[in-house]
Structures are given as structure tokens and as C-alpha cells.
Design a protein around this ligand. Structure first.
Ligand code: GLU
Length: 336
């Protein structure tokens, strides 16, 4: 019988081996060294610029100053022809709007995995501003910012506006201005669905005592977790995508931030879920440098337009339905 090819190859291999042993005069193989019985595990590295903060450490944030309602902003001029001023002239002369945002914040500002273009709810809000200001939503230059860099970028005028899930607060208003509110988020917790490997599940901020929680530096999320759950140890990192990796590597037990940001992380990992009651209100505004009232009023005119012409609802339906049915655009509050 003719042997099939594989068997023939085995016979040949066996024959070659026997010949080799004969030639080398060696009757036996030396036994390979026994594997080390203690399994070796390597701790995954922490994200770059990660900092560990022990439970009970003094909160880094200073007390919130009282500025009344921080979400009240400047009223847009009803006559579009009068929406002018030096900041607007300078942006028009340059021919593009410089927008500070994050490029790894799923749903709000992130790269399309196939085309590489930056997109999301915040991106589309910025595009609407560029549409009204420059006649073309594409006339934007993006500058990537970490959460902790947002105020400084405006104060240094390295960006015209910040469109990055930025909560309007009295503390921030000491250094920068804001548009009216364009989205209302609330801080919650993201945890592993059943607590992960053998650990009790986390169902809200109350379960975070003696646990490790990831937050991004320079955020209201970090301030609130220190304020409402001081018994949690913190890992602080530069952006929310870093927190997701830390959770997946079980370097932390949970992440706490705005429900909008957490929802964008949760859709990327079916083992995670957003839990617990909201612990704070996070009204988002477009950040603008101080003393640029023409730009504040102009941006507020665009936000008014998209609230009433259906654009806001269309953008919600495009990006945010994972957060539930469209709540409708937040009503603006004005100072004047
Ligand atoms: N809304 C929070 C803040 O403005 C978190 C947003 C973020 O880190 O992008 O601090």
C-alpha cells in the first residue's frame, strides 16, 4: 500500500532522526529542564502619567466659589447682521476656527476607525458654529486637549473654543467664559457587570469605599468622587480611554465620570455597565476665553438656532441614543 503523504513524511522524519542518532553515537535525548512550577505573572503597566492617591487623602480641588447660576450666559443679538466684533473678525480673517477637544472620547469626539476623521456630538456642535461663522462646517482646525488642559488652552489663546464635555462651574468661570448649556450630563459609576472575578458587584458610589476608582485629572469627576466618597483610593490618568484600559486590566474596580462619557466607554466593552444614581449635575458649555463677548454671543446664537431648527435633536439621534430617548435641547439661561 502506498502511504499517504503525511504518513510518508513522518516515516521520513523518523528515519532521518534515527540516522542522526546513529551518526552522533547518542542513544538517548537529554531530558529538557522541568518547567518552573511557580507560575510567573507580570503586572500590566499603568497608563503614562498615572498617579495613585490613597483613600482619605486631602482633596486636590479648592472650594467652589459662589457665582450665582454659572450656566447663565450672554444673550445673542437677534439681528444676525449685528453679530460682529473683534474676535469674530480675527477668526474670519484667519479662515478657520481652532477647536480644542479630545480625540479618544467615544460619542463626543473620536476618530472614525475607518476614515480617521474626528467626529461625535461635540464635533458636530463645533461644526455648526463654524458653519455660521465661516459659511462652511469643515473650516475647523482641531487641537487635541486633555481634560486638565482645557482652561489653559483658552487662557493662552491656543484655541478659539473648547468643545470637550466641559462642565460649566463657578470655579472655571473665574478664568474662562462659557456659552449657554448645550447638553446636561450627570456623574455616575462604570463597573464590571457582575463585580468581575469573584468580587462583590458595585452598584453605585456607596460601594466604592475601600475600592480603587479611576478618574481623569482636572475634572469635576475627580472633585466629586473626593467629595462624596473620600474612602475610595484613586488612580488619576490623563484621559478617559486610559481609565477604560485600567478597568479592563483590573487595575481599578470602577470609573466615575459623566454618564455621557461612561456610556461611550460601556458600548466598547459588554462586560461593563453604568450603575448607581447620579451624584451631580454636569451642564456642558462651549468654553471661550474671557473678554471675547462677541464670540460668546455668536456661539449662543448658533446654539439657539440648533435648538429650534431640529439640528440638536438630529445630532442627539445620530450620536447619543445609547443614553435613552432624546430629552430635547436644554433651555438657555441668559444674564442680560
Ligand atoms: N464634565 C467633566 C469636566 O468637565 C469631565 C469631562 C472630561 O473630562 O472631558 O470636568
Amino acid at each position: 500500500m502506498t502511504p499517504s503523504r503525511p504518513t510518508g513524511r513522518r516515516i521520513l522524519t523518523g528515519g532521518a532522526l534515527a540516522m542522526l542518532l546513529l551518526l552522533s553515537g547518542c542513544a538517548e535525548f537529554e531530558a529538557p529542564p522541568a518547567p518552573n512550577s511557580a507560575p510567573t505573572t507580570f503586572a500590566p503597566p499603568l497608563p503614562a502619567r498615572a498617579t495613585e492617591i490613597e483613600a482619605g487623602a486631602p482633596a486636590s480641588a479648592t472650594a467652589q466659589p459662589d457665582c450665582g447660576d454659572p450656566t447663565a450666559s450672554l444673550r445673542p443679538d437677534p439681528d444676525p447682521a449685528l453679530r460682529v466684533g473683534p474676535t469674530i473678525d480675527a477668526i474670519r480673517a484667519r479662515g478657520r476656527l481652532v477647536v480644542g477637544l479630545d480625540t479618544g472620547s467615544n460619542l463626543f469626539s473620536f476618530r472614525d476607525p475607518q476614515t480617521g476623521t474626528i467626529q461625535g456630538f461635540d464635533v458636530d456642535i463645533a461644526r455648526e458654529i463654524a458653519r455660521d461663522l465661516l459659511g462652511d462646517p469643515n473650516l475647523i482646525e482641531y487641537r487635541t486637549l486633555g481634560s486638565a488642559d482645557r482652561e489653559e488652552a483658552l487662557m493662552n489663546h491656543t484655541v478659539d473654543i473648547v468643545a470637550k464635555t466641559m462642565t460649566i462651574t463657578c470655579a472655571r468661570r473665574q478664568h474662562i467664559d462659557f456659552s449657554t448649556v448645550y447638553y446636561k450630563a450627570a456623574q455616575r459609576v462604570l463597573a464590571i457587570a457582575d463585580g468581575g472575578t469573584g468580587t462583590p458587584s458595585i452598584d453605585g458610589i456607596g460601594d466604592l469605599a475601600d475600592r480603587r476608582v479611576c478618574v481623569v485629572n482636572g475634572t469635576t469627576s475627580m472633585q466629586h468622587i473626593q467629595q462624596y466618597q473620600p474612602a475610595a483610593a484613586l488612580l488619576t490618568v490623563p484621559n478617559w480611554a486610559d481609565c477604560m484600559v485600567a478597568l479592563q486590566q483590573r487595575q481599578v474596580d470602577a470609573i466615575s465620570s459623566d454618564d455621557s462619557i461612561l456610556a461611550g466607554l460601556a458600548v466598547q466593552d459588554p462586560y461593563t455597565r453604568v450603575v448607581g444614581d447620579p451624584i451631580s449635575a454636569e451642564p456642558y458649555g462651549i468654553g471661550i476665553a474671557q473678554n471675547q463677548t462677541d464670540l460668546v454671543r455668536f456661539v449662543n446664537a448658533t446654539l439657539d438656532r440648533i435648538r429650534t431648527d431640529g439640528t440638536w435633536n438630529a445630532l442627539y439621534d445620530r450620536w447619543l441614543t445609547v443614553l435613552g430617548p432624546a430629552p430635547g435641547p436644554p433651555a438657555p439661561r441668559y444674564l442680560d
